[in-house]
Design a protein around this ligand. Structure first.
Ligand code: PEP
Length: 259
């Protein structure tokens, strides 16, 4: 059974006061009875404080990025070992904003994936196509290329300790989510590509959908058999929305579909 997961990517948002208020609200709303994993990914500078506030809580904490390098002379970078050292357990790698705005290519993302796992972190590997690529019929080719870079470097077994996120670039922060059918088609494609190398790992791998998920569309997206929850940007900054998205992932129909 794949346990659904909902992870909030706060991007470059928040302040000490805002984070504290958001987490207090979340802590009172996220139910222990929900058969899902919940995580938040704040900016680096707030990680320690967020972890302190969430100590003993159900909500896990992840980083949004990590260096591919081991600790050393890399000004401004944060090593995976440092994230592990402060108790962080998850890290997003290959988010489309990193790929697009900071020039991270497939090779660098694959190296970050390795660095994260070497330090004992669970990478959340993001893949997704642009609108131009979708319109040109290249969606499968693009996500396959992004996935294959990691498979080549780390092997399919490495996905046993990772999470995959399909995030179409055109859906991120645009208010235009993929339809449930579009999401399911790409998730199924990704799972079958991994299955060709290791069926057991593919069957166990959680594949999250990200891109304009809201409380209003979460249930229909998560009801798909290969959609195991969501990576949530904007809506994760609102406790009520985020809680309702988590509740959608925890609904018996969604959790049951993965048994
Ligand atoms: C994201 O940043 O990963 C994301 C999916 O953003 P949003 O939910 O705002 O589209």
């Amino acid at each position: 059974m794949r346990r659904p997961m909902v992870a909030g990517n706060w991007k470059m948002h928040g302040s000490r006061a805002v984070n504290q208020g958001l987490l207090e609200e979340l802590q009172s709303r996220v139910s222990e009875a929900w058969p899902i994993d919940v995580a938040v990914c704040p900016p680096f500078v707030y990680l320690t404080e967020v972890m302190r506030q969430l100590e003993g809580d159900l909500i896990a904490v992840g980083a949004q990025n990590v260096s591919a390098e081991a600790p050393g002379a890399f000004t401004g970078e944060v090593a995976a070992a440092m994230l592990a050292d402060i108790g962080c357990t998850l890290v997003i790698v290959g988010h489309s904003e990193r790929r697009r705005l900071y020039g991270e290519d497939d090779t660098l993302v694959a190296r970050k994936f390795v660095a994260a796992q070497t330090a004992g972190l669970t990478p959340i590997l993001c893949v997704g196509e642009t609108l131009e690529e979708r319109d040109a019929g290249q969606t499968e080719g693009v996500v396959a290329r992004q996935l294959d870079a990691v498979l080549r470097t780390s092997g399919a077994k490495a996905l046993g300790k990772a999470i995959l996120a399909y995030e179409p670039v055109w859906a991120i922060g645009t208010g235009r989510n993929a339809t449930p059918a579009q999401a399911q088609a790409v998730h199924q494609f990704l799972r079958s590509r991994i299955s060709a190398q290791d069926a057991k790992i593919a069957a166990q791998l959680r594949i999250l959908y990200g891109g304009s998920v809201k409380a209003a569309n979460a249930a229909e997206l998560f009801a798909n058999p290969d959609v195991d929850g969501g990576l949530i940007g904007g809506a994760s900054l609102n406790a009520d929305e985020f809680q309702r998205i988590c509740a959608a992932a925890a609904a018996p129909a969604v959790a049951g579909a993965r048994r």
